[in-house]
Structure formats: C-alpha cells, structure tokens
Design a protein around this ligand. Structure first.
Ligand SMILES: [Zn+2]
Length: 79
C-alpha cells in the first residue's frame, strides 16, 4: 500500500502513479530509481500535492514539478 501525496489516501501501488526525482526534476515512471512519490490518477491530487510541496516533502529533496506532468492524468475525481 502506498500513500497519495495529494489526498493522503492509501491504495495499492498499482492504482497510483509513481514519480521520482531525477536531477532535481520530478519525473514519472515505475522504474525510476530512488525514493518514489505516489498520487491517485486524479489531476486534483496532483494539483494538491504540487500546491503543498508534497512531492519535495515525500522525496526528501527539492524538486521542480513541470506542468506537463498533468497530462498523465485523466478526469477530475477519484476513480
Ligand atoms: Zn489522491
């Protein structure tokens, strides 16, 4: 079980999107090395995690979050 960086919901890893920091930039991918951060596949959770700086907090390092990552998400709600 992993915790969404946006809403805090716990869910199986397979239901969540995974991110990691590569050279100070947030990148998506299950095979990215290092510590991972997770969100629900909901853009609302991405926006919440970004607005609160949760990616940096979860990854324990400063990380730049590109707006293009929003394209990975579909829909506005959970589900
Ligand atoms: Zn969430």
């Amino acid at each position: 079980m992993r915790r969404c960086a946006g809403c805090g919901r716990r869910a199986p890893q397979s239901e969540l999107l995974r991110f990691a920091a590569r050279d100070g930039v947030l990148v998506a991918g299950r095979s990215e090395p290092g510590r991972g951060a997770y969100t629900c596949p909901s853009v609302a959770c991405f926006d919440r995690a970004t607005g609160r700086g949760q990616f940096a907090r979860v990854l324990c390092r400063p990380v730049r979050v590109g707006a293009e990552l929003r394209r990975l998400y579909t829909g506005d709600g959970h589900g």
